[in-house]
Design a protein around this ligand. Structure first.
Ligand code: HEC
Ligand code: HEC
Ligand code: HEC
Length: 273
């Protein structure tokens, strides 16, 4: 018994130390070419694309004077992309999206944003540990996991009806799981979410839900924002608020063109209605 406790403790320790090492690795932010010669390096500007704390991007120049992003000084959110396809990969196969030419639907990989993920399939869930799987979906405390990802202490998704292995693959813990029990890449979360939120998946596919940036033409190249770039899968309910999003103050209106005093003309409609 004592031995078991000790090894459990060791495991906990290992599992909590390693990610910290991973987390300390600097975010992928290629330094500007003249970094070495520049006298004083201004601090990195880090903005978020769609979910604060989960979709951060470091501002850099794609070419001189052409930044990868422009960010709001008020919220820190990205307002404009210098290259909508920067850092994207092909979305992979999606049912009913066959009409889009291959490579024209792209996504930004989630896996590179997740510090613990590289360990999930090896260090702690290597097929030998844990020796048993949960028999029910009843939420139970998982101290090791809660130490790594504090939000798991109180999973705010599905009102206690769904649990870890509804979303994470049983044997391949660095993968998600689709409707047929097959592994799904963390970079393609729509195949996971869509099995329970079919209506949202349809809306997303049709461009009614979510966000896309890129070419206007319907079959043109576009970056699709994936479900987890906006939603935190471990917290969509957020307690009594019943929403995983915090409210942010709206941006100030855009500047009026030179010489224009107000935008009252916009209230007038050319066609009577
Ligand atoms: C609704 C589906 C869902 C449920 C339920 C769920 N997860 Fe997750 N989990 C995900 C998805 C999707 C990701 C990837 C998140 C991202 O891309 O930001 C993830 C990420 C993770 C990560 C990696 C975090 C990181 O930062 O590297 C861990 C660890 C994890 N989940 C553990 C758990 C545990 C333990 C439970 C049960 C208590 C659980 N999850 C329940 C969907 C879920
Ligand atoms: C195993 C089924 C399952 C999966 C997989 C799943 N969800 Fe859910 N989700 C639920 C349930 C059940 C609720 C609670 C609905 C309710 O109480 O009305 C919920 C609630 C939500 C809500 C809050 C909406 C509401 O009506 O309160 C959002 C947002 C959400 N899920 C997004 C996602 C995203 C994004 C993913 C993929 C990462 C995902 N879900 C994967 C079952 C699932
Ligand atoms: C660009 C950001 C974004 C993306 C991408 C996105 N969502 Fe949402 N989603 C939202 C917002 C914003 C809401 C409204 C939340 C609110 O009312 O507070 C929402 C609401 C929802 C709801 C709750 C709807 C309700 O009736 O209350 C579900 C479920 C959901 N999304 C699932 C998904 C799934 C599944 C995907 C991927 C296929 C997805 N979302 C992709 C931003 C996004």
């Amino acid at each position: 018994m004592k031995k078991l406790t000790l090894s459990a403790m060791l495991l906990t320790l290992l599992c909590s130390v390693l990610p910290a090492v991973f987390a300390q690795e600097p975010a992928a932010a290629p330094a500007p070419a003249d970094a070495a010669s520049a006298p004083a390096q201004p601090p990195d500007i880090i903005c978020f694309e769609s979910r604060k704390g989960a979709s951060e991007v470091t501002k850099r120049d794609l070419k001189p004077g052409w930044p990868n992003v422009k960010c709001s000084s008020k919220t820190g959110a990205v307002l404009w992309w210098g290259d909508p396809f920067d850092g994207t990969v092909s979305m992979g196969d999606m049912p009913l999206l066959g009409h889009i030419p291959k490579g024209n639907a792209v996504v930004k990989p989630r896996s590179e944003k997740l510090a613990i993920l590289p360990l999930c399939g090896v260090a702690c869930h290597n097929g030998l540990v844990p020796p048993t799987l949960p028999k029910t979906k009843k939420p139970v405390p998982i101290p090791t996991m809660e130490g790594l990802v504090p939000e798991l202490k109180n999973l705010q998704h599905g009102r206690e009806r769904i649990w870890c292995l509804d979303c994470h693959h049983t044997n391949q813990r660095n993968k998600l799981v689709d409707n047929f029990g097959d592994p799904v890449s963390i970079d393609q979360p729509q195949l996971l979410c869509g099995k329970c939120h079919g209506d949202k998946l349809r809306d997303w596919r049709d461009g009614i839900h979510g966000k896309r940036i890129g070419e206007w033409v319907s079959t043109g190249k576009k970056r699709w924002f994936t479900c987890t770039e906006c939603h935190n899968p471990h917290n969509v309910q957020d307690g009594a608020r019943n929403r995983g999003f915090i409210q942010i103050a709206p941006e100030s209106p855009p500047q009026l063109p030179k010489g224009m005093k107000d935008a009252k003309h916009e209230l007038e409609h050319a066609v009577a209605h």
